[in-house]
Design a protein around this ligand. Structure first.
Ligand SMILES: C[S@@+](CC[C@H](N)C(=O)[O-])C[C@H]1O[C@@H](n2cnc3c(N)ncnc32)[C@H](O)[C@@H]1O
Length: 210
């Protein structure tokens, strides 16, 4: 898609009903106009996973959260083009927005696909997946709700596994200290396609709330 065909970020922020730059729980049933299950993708990038999931599952609602302007412009343009009615985009840093945009036990599934690995030791503090963030995720999930994560970076995968397994509200679906044997048929993200094409191993993880 050429960039000139995209609407501008300012235009989106001012007037697009599928885009929310908010600091409160907006009443998601009213936002979507139904009581369908609520799913969240954190860090959707250019959004192909989010759009494909929403098309595949029209009776579920999908919220994408990111602060990458170019990606937001692409997704909003595609939502309009494909006339997808079950996606909303929320702007911002998930560390700040997750605690304030959702009520406790409101989310059915959360997807985090290829979170930035920040491989240098001095940058580890920038990683998204930390114990405090996981505690928040667990609180926002319904009982039986799921968190799906994928990463190509083994040291981060191991850290994620350890942090999640230390959270008492969550259980590793593949069994203690193991990654998923295979991915469960969800669409491929842009990064996932890239890593698969270059033959890299991908670590998939799934946790369930008690
Ligand atoms: C490596 S990219 C992966 C994009 C996409 N999920 C994929 O697999 O193709 C990481 C994405 O997470 C977003 N991101 C990073 N930190 C974030 C945060 N704290 N809150 C929300 N989004 C974040 C980035 O803007 C970027 O779009």
């Amino acid at each position: 898609m050429s960039l000139k065909n995209l609407i501008s970020f300012d235009e989106i922020a001012e007037s697009n009903p599928n885009f929310l730059d908010i600091d409160y729980e907006p009443g998601w049933e009213a936002v979507f106009g139904n009581t369908n299950p609520l799913n969240l993708e954190v860090g959707f990038g250019v959004g192909n996973f989010l759009i494909e999931m929403a098309i595949r599952e029209p009776d579920e609602n999908f919220i994408g959260m990111d602060f990458y302007h170019k990606g937001i412009r692409k997704v909003i343009t595609r939502i309009g083009r494909y006339q997808v009615s079950n996606i909303r985009i929320v702007y911002g840093d998930a560390k700040e927005k997750l605690p304030i945009l959702f009520n406790e036990a409101e989310l059915s599934r959360v997807y985090i696909n290829f979170p930035d690995p920040w491989p240098k030791k001095k940058h580890h503090k920038r990683r998204l997946i930390k114990p405090a963030f996981i505690k928040n995720l667990a609180a926002k999930l319904k009982p039986g709700g799921e968190i799906h994560i994928a990463t190509d970076y083994e040291p981060y995968a191991i850290e994620i596994l350890e942090f999640f397994e230390a959270e008492p509200l969550l259980t590793n679906k593949s069994g203690y200290r193991t990654f998923l044997a295979q991915k469960e048929g969800t669409p491929q993200t842009k990064y996932e396609k890239k890593f698969i094409n270059s033959g890299e191993k991908i670590f998939y993880l799934e946790f369930v709330k008690q």
